[in-house]
Design a protein around this ligand. Structure first.
Ligand code: GUN
Ligand code: ZN
Length: 428
């Protein structure tokens, strides 16, 4: 039996990097038709209605806005339970709060329970695809993938590679990292909509031998991604300089081992040199901006304008638990505020692009998610434009879709998510 349904509502999506008048569309009276989990047709009501089968029932929600599901390109599922841990910057925060929590995920039952909660919350916030840090334990990845597969989610994760500067019980070795990652890739390859990311935590917690292994894994598995942290915090960068004196800078510690590719996503990238930005552009790698984390850990002001000028693909992530919310709406608002401090205006549609199609592009998935386009997977979010009294009142004064979007990024959160669709199925 084919599953076919239609919804008449407001519809907004990017189709490429947006300018003021291209790369996106908005229908104040739109119609979407979904068949078997894919978008069959989308456009204005007056046009699309002519293609619908005569017996289809059209749901009508004129006060709601349909957008693509958010793509969160950097988040740690085991850190949701320690979100909002008080005080200190990155390196101390890792030792004090993060590593003790991650130890618990060696237990499969525990990791499974936490994966359920994390995915519930991710979907409640309208995120349908994420690039996710697990922990260094194989069980943490198995648990996450099993739950994601059960829900038919398009999720990407991988085992952390970490063979130094962390508690012994969290550390692997270069060899075990290779063996375990290879086994995980083979086990989960082709399962549902899952993808695998080779995930060295960051340069300081991997030896040269292990970064070499990461490079080998990337080379041997063309479908794998590379996911790590880069240039987040000034003390971290100084430490990288001490640990890798023979490299030309932080990015070079990855580049030297073949980890800078068009399937690489680097979280943060706050303190990059022009040469590093140029290299990222040349290699087609993405930088994932994590504004709430940058604020919370006091990491610095993200150089969005310079990265855009260099043509680097910039995506958006929540970086929970360094980040303070799983909401990709409020994350867009935080990105705006950081650019205000940096003397640059971030336009609402630019932020929206970073939170949707740019993320899909970084993952090589922009031919199937991140936009509302015929043939794409119907991973979508329906936003309630009156989810709180303040938002309802504010929307009466929004005369353009850009202003609607902006107000949602400043005032919205999970309460604004009326429905999340995964392959056309309602999951809230
Ligand atoms: N750098 C290395 N590990 C981490 C982490 O868990 N969170 C953040 N924000 N940065 C990191
Ligand atoms: Zn992170």
């Amino acid at each position: 039996m084919s599953q076919s349904w239609a919804l008449r509502c407001q519809i907004l999506s990017c189709t490429s990097q947006p300018t003021d008048d291209s790369g996106w569309f908005y229908h104040s009276d739109g119609l979407i038709w979904v068949v078997d989990g894919l978008i069959k047709r989308v456009g204005s009501y007056s046009d699309v209605k002519n293609y619908l089968p005569s017996d289809i029932r059209i749901k009508h929600k004129p006060e709601y806005l349909l957008i693509p599901g958010f793509v969160d390109t950097h988040v740690h599922y085991p850190q949701l339970e320690m979100i909002g841990a008080y005080g200190t910057q990155l390196l101390d925060w890792l030792n004090r709060y993060t590593f003790p929590v991650e130890l618990k995920y060696r237990d499969y039952e525990y990791a499974s329970k936490q994966a359920v909660q994390f995915l519930d919350q991710l979907l409640a916030n309208g995120t349908t695809t994420a690039l996710v840090f697990a922990t260094s334990s194989v069980n943490s990845v198995d648990a996450f993938f099993a739950e994601s597969l059960r829900r038919n989610l398009r999720m990407i994760s991988g085992k952390i590679l970490m063979d130094r500067h962390a508690p012994d019980a969290l550390c692997d070795t270069a060899q075990s990292a290779y063996d375990d990652s290879t086994a995980l890739i083979e086990k989960w390859r082709g399962q549902g909509r899952l993808g695998y990311a080779v995930t060295p935590r960051f340069a300081p917690t991997s030896t040269d031998a292990q970064l070499d292994v990461a490079g080998a894994l990337i080379k041997e598995n063309g479908d794998a991604y590379l996911h790590t942290h880069l240039s987040e915090n000034v003390d971290e960068i100084a430490w990288v300089g001490e640990l890798f004196p023979e490299q030309q800078g932080y990015l070079d510690t990855y580049d030297h081992f073949g980890l800078v590719t068009d399937r690489s996503v680097f979280a943060h990238g706050i303190h990059l040199s022009d040469a590093e930005m140029q290299r990222l552009h040349n290699c087609g790698s993405a930088i994932c901006h994590c504004p709430s984390s940058n604020l919370f850990l006091g990491s610095g002001l993200f150089p969005l304008k310079r990265l855009q000028q260099m043509g680097v693909n910039v995506t958006m992530g929540t970086d929970v638990g360094g980040g303070t919310s799983l909401s990709m709406l409020s994350t867009q608002g935080d990105a705006y505020k950081i650019q205000q401090m940096a003397g640059h205006l971030l336009k609402p549609l630019e932020a929206f692009y970073m939170a949707t199609l740019a993320g899909a592009k970084a993952l090589g998935l922009d031919d199937r998610i991140g936009a509302l386009v015929e043939g794409y997977e119907a991973d979508m979010v329906l936003l309630d434009l009156a989810s709180t009294p303040v938002i309802e009142e504010r929307m009466k004064r929004a005369d353009k879709i850009e202003d609607v979007l902006f107000a949602l990024s400043i005032l919205g959160d999970d309460r604004s998510i009326a429905q999340t669709y995964v392959m056309g199925e309602s999951v809230l």
